[in-house]
Design a protein around this ligand. Structure first.
Ligand SMILES: Cc1cc2nc3c(=O)[nH]c(=O)nc-3n(C[C@H](O)[C@H](O)[C@H](O)COP(=O)(O)O)c2cc1C
Length: 206
């Protein structure tokens, strides 16, 4: 089995600096570390959706993606795993996040291991992961890992509570689940130059 995987990380944060990007980076770091512990090298492509916002709207109007958006959509479709993180706007995923998902080919995420994350001002909206994000990715037939991570403003400084583990613990657990799911599958596409070349042993039926 190949020891390389590609991981695409989507951050829909709008602020600079962005807490959504920070959460996306922490989730990616945790996943990369867990893959490394399994002898797998991860190639990470991080995408700030704010940089593609105009192209996303254009594509929604024209139905044709080109340039940086076209390249990003191709990377998403070819990924072995995806981390998707959005800020909560008006108790749901942001409009930019949903608009991007709307221009992803409807079959591109089928069977793909996906880790979901969200940031918000209040922990009261943490269930956005379960009532908004998870159904969206289930509709696209993605293989969403059990643990999603919501980070409210307080989570960045709090040590957790009676019923909530501290944010670093939740990030580690989610990264482990995504890495486990990615590791047990063959890569979607060859990563290295010679990965697609069959070995002589296979050719000779050894
Ligand atoms: C228009 C708007 C609506 C928002 N609505 C909510 C909300 O319903 N619930 C919530 O918890 N936070 C809400 N927030 C706060 C953002 O989710 C929060 O600040 C987020 O972490 C910002 O992410 P960023 O730093 O990556 O831009 C809202 C912020 C904006 C600008």
């Amino acid at each position: 089995m190949s020891t390389e995987r590609t991981l695409v990380v989507l951050s829909a944060g709008l602020s600079q600096p962005s807490s959504t990007r920070l959460l996306a980076d922490r989730l990616a770091d945790a996943t990369v570390a867990e893959l490394a512990a399994r002898g797998i090298t991860a190639h990470v492509h991080t995408v700030e959706l704010r940089d593609l916002a105009h192209e996303v709207v254009n594509t929604t109007l024209t139905g044709f993606a080109s340039g940086a958006l076209g390249e990003t959509l191709a990377k998403v479709a070819a990924a072995d795993g995806l981390i998707a993180v959005t800020p909560v706007f008006s108790a749901s995923y942001s409009g930019l996040f949903k608009s991007f998902v709307d221009v992803v080919d409807k079959d591109a995420l089928a069977g793909m291991p996906v880790l979901l994350g969200a940031t918000g001002g209040t922990g009261r909206h943490s269930l956005v992961l379960e009532f908004a994000l998870r159904p969206l990715f289930s509709y696209l037939h993605a293989d969403v890992v059990g643990t999603g991570v919501f980070a409210a403003t307080d989570d960045w400084s709090d040590g957790g509570g009676d019923d909530v583990k501290p944010l670093p613990d939740r990030i580690r657990r989610a990264g482990r689940e995504l890495a486990e799911t990615m590791a047990e599958r063959e890569p979607a596409q060859p990563v290295g130059l010679y990965d697609a070349v069959p070995s002589f042993e296979d050719l000779l039926g050894g």
